[in-house]
Design a protein around this ligand. Sequence first.
Ligand SMILES: Cc1cc2nc3c(=O)[nH]c(=O)nc-3n(C[C@H](O)[C@H](O)[C@H](O)COP(=O)(O)OP(=O)(O)OC[C@H]3O[C@@H](n4cnc5c(N)ncnc54)[C@H](O)[C@@H]3O)c2cc1C
Length: 413
Amino acid sequence: MNNSNNYTIILGGGFVGLFTVLHLRQQNYEKPIILIDQNKRFTFKPLLYDLLSQELDESQVCPHYTDLLKDSGVKFVPAEVQEIDLHSRKVKINSTQEYSYENLVLALGNPTGYFGVEGAKENTFAFRDYEDAIALQKHLINCLQQAIQTTDVQKRRHLLTVAIVGAGPSGVELAATLADVVPNWYMEMGGMKEEVRIVIINRGSQILSGDTNKGLQEVAETALRNRNIAVELQMNASATKIEKERLEFERNEHHESLEAATIIWTTGTTTHPLIESLPIPSEKRDKKGRLQVLPTLQLLEFPYVFAGGDCATPMQNSQPPLAQVAYQQGATIANNLKALSMENSPNDSSVSIRGSLMKFGVGEAGANLFNKAIITGEPAHLIRQSRYLTTLPTPVHNFKAVTEWLTDEIFSD
Ligand SMILES: Cc1cc2nc3c(=O)[nH]c(=O)nc-3n(C[C@H](O)[C@H](O)[C@H](O)COP(=O)(O)OP(=O)(O)OC[C@H]3O[C@@H](n4cnc5c(N)ncnc54)[C@H](O)[C@@H]3O)c2cc1C
C-alpha cells in the first residue's frame, strides 16, 4: 500500500485530468501528484478523425502520458481504477494496490451508453480513443482487401457498407471523414469508389439536433452530400437490435434492416460506474447521474474532492459535455487545489464556450464562431488547423510547451 497521505490524486487523464496536472505543474504546486489513467496515451478527441484519415499521426493526436509528463515530477500510473472510498480517502487499482490521498480529482468522463439496444455493445465499433481509431482503421482496410478479392457482388456490397449510428457531432464528423478516405483507400487497391457506402442511421429527423453544433446543421448537410462519395442519411430510424454485421431499425412503425460489415456506434453516454458507485444521493446528481458540484467544483460533502468535465456538473450552471468546458474546469481545479494548499479560499469556476469547430472531411471544416459568424470549406479548415495544430510541438516532449500549445493556440480567442 502507498501510504503517503499528502498526495493529490487525479483519476482520469482526459481533458480535465491532464489540464489539472499541467496547470498544477505550472504553478509549482508543492504536493506530490499521481495521475491514474487506464490508457497509456492521452487522446485529443476532437482530432481523432484526423488520426483515422492519416492527416495527423499518433504522436500528435495521442501522445503518451510519459512523454507529456517527462521531467514534471508527476507520477503516472497506467491502471484501471477499481474502487474509490471517499470516507477513508483511498483509491484501489487492484486487490493489492491502493493509494491514499489528501485531495482527489474525479475526471473519469462518461462511457458510451447503448440505450438498451440489444447487441449494440457487442457488435459495434466505438470511436472514442486511440485504441478505437486504430481498431476501426485496421478493420476497414481488412474489409476493403476482402472486397477487392471477391467476385460475389452481394458479398462485396456487404463488405463495403459502413453504418454509423447517430447523427450527433461524432457521427457526422466520422461519416464525412470516412466518405472521403474509404473510397480513396479502395481505389488505391484497384476498386471502384462508387461501390462504397457510408450510411448514417439516426433516430431523429435532423442531424446535429439539440447540440451546441446546431448552427452548423445546413453546412454539415451540404458537406455530407459533397464528399468523395455522398453520405446516405437514414433519418427517423431507431436502431432496435444489432447482430454481427447486421443492424435492425424501426421507422414509421416498419421494421427494416441493413447489412454492413462495419457498424459504428457514436451516440449516447452513460454514468461512469465508479461515479455511480459513490455515496452521493440522487438528489445531488443531475438526471444523467452526473455529480453536482459546488461552483468551485468541490463535492458538497467532501470538499477535499473536486470533479469536472463529463462526469460532473456545477449546480445551477449545467455545462455541456465538451472538451472546451473540461479544459477550463481543469484550470479552475488546479487553481483551487493550489489555493487550498496555501490555506486560501477556492474560487468559482467560470466557463466560456467559444463557438464550435467541426471537421467535414479531408481538408474541409465548419466553424461557428461565438454564434456570430459561420465559416465553411477550406477557410474553416484553416481555422480549425491553426487552432488545433500549427504550433503543435514535435516531438511532444515538453509538458510546458504542451500546456502552452493547448491553452494558447487551441482554446484562446
Ligand atoms: C470522437 C469525439 C470527438 C469530440 N470532439 C469534440 C470537439 O470537437 N470539441 C469539444 O469541445 N468536445 C469534443 N468531444 C467531447 C470531449 O472530448 C469531452 O467532453 C471531453 O473529453 C471530456 O473530458 P473529461 O476529462 O471529462 O473526460 P475524458 O476526456 O473522456 O477523460 C476521461 C479519462 O478517464 C479515463 N478513465 C475512465 N475510466 C477509468 C478507470 N476506471 N480507471 C482509469 N482511468 C479511467 C479514460 O481513459 C480517459 O482518459 C469529443 C468527444 C469524442 C468522443
